[in-house]
Ligand binder design. Structure first.
Ligand SMILES: O=C1O[C@H](COP(=O)(O)O)[C@@H](O)[C@H](O)[C@H]1O
Length: 253
């Protein structure tokens, strides 16, 4: 697929610093042209990778960052499944993102109202955009091919109008969540998937190389005018036959 870059690292440990470099490179570019950097975070395995790599960067300045969540689980912030709660304790406590620049859900609301409230917050942060245009969205992919909280065969895959949608029947617990929709994801200036581990190998092959079966949610991520990266490790890439980049071959993100 034109414009898509699949970059394979020997291990997650080697992928992490490259991810941090991608984040800061896109931050510098965004701040230079628009005065701020808008970043969408996913949960799952990304939390620990980013929380290890970003605070370790010398002279990281996040004072002009605005951070949202690609999806969020509807649990209290002190619950172990809260994506915000995990980032708060592992990352936000160590870097200087202003509190006003962290766009969180209101986890006390019923799920439909929570999605509406979060939509309002995103629209306020992106007043000029029909759908918020993030500088960078960091996405994960589950072994079932889901991304954000957009799961295979779910009606939300067809959502065209909402910025944020509620979901009450997530097949992966917890069941109640809110998620950015595809129109938002595909409006981003840059989207980077991070996928590591052998449990992702089969679905990664389907998503990147296509197959006979249904199109997985992660394969529907095709930014309209933006960049698309897949940053993966060798175990996740084990079944791929397409041409990929390797950092040793000079991959520059
Ligand atoms: O439930 C979720 O899972 C996906 C994938 O997580 P991973 O641990 O397999 O990388 C994650 O991207 C999403 O934000 C989260 O809510």
């Amino acid at each position: 697929m034109a414009g898509r870059r699949v970059v394979v690292f020997p291990s997650a440990a080697e992928l992490g610093p490259a991810l941090a470099h991608l984040v800061t490179a896109r931050a510098d570019k965004a701040i230079a042209s628009r005065g701020r950097f808008t970043l969408g975070l996913s949960g799952g395995s990304l939390v620990s990778m980013l929380s290890k790599e970003l605070p370790a960067l010398p002279e990281l300045d996040c004072s002009k960052w605005v951070v949202g969540f690609c999806d969020e689980r509807l649990v209290s912030f002190d619950h172990p499944e809260s994506t915000y709660g995990l980032y708060k304790s592992q990352l936000f406590s160590k870097v200087n993102i202003p509190d006003s620049g962290i766009l969180t859900i209101d986890s006390t609301l019923p799920v439909d109202e929570c999605a509406e409230d979060y939509t309002r917050k995103l629209k306020e942060a992106f007043p000029d955009d029909d759908f918020p245009v993030f500088d960078l969205l960091l996405l994960g992919m589950g072994p079932d091919g889901h991304t954000c909280s957009l799961f295979p065969d779910h009606p939300l895959l067809e959502e065209k109008k909402k910025v944020v949608a509620p979901i009450s029947d997530s097949p992966k617990p917890p069941p109640q969540r809110v998620t950015m929709t595809f129109p938002v994801v595909n409006s981003a200036r840059c989207v980077a998937f991070v996928s590591t581990g052998g449990s992702k190998a089969a679905v990664l092959k389907e998503v990147l190389e296509g197959g006979e079966g249904p199109v997985f949610p992660a394969a529907r991520v095709v930014p309209t005018g933006g960049e698309l990266f897949w940053l993966v490790d060798d175990p996740a890439a084990a079944s791929l036959t397409i041409q990929v980049e390797r950092p040793g071959s000079g991959a520059k993100l």
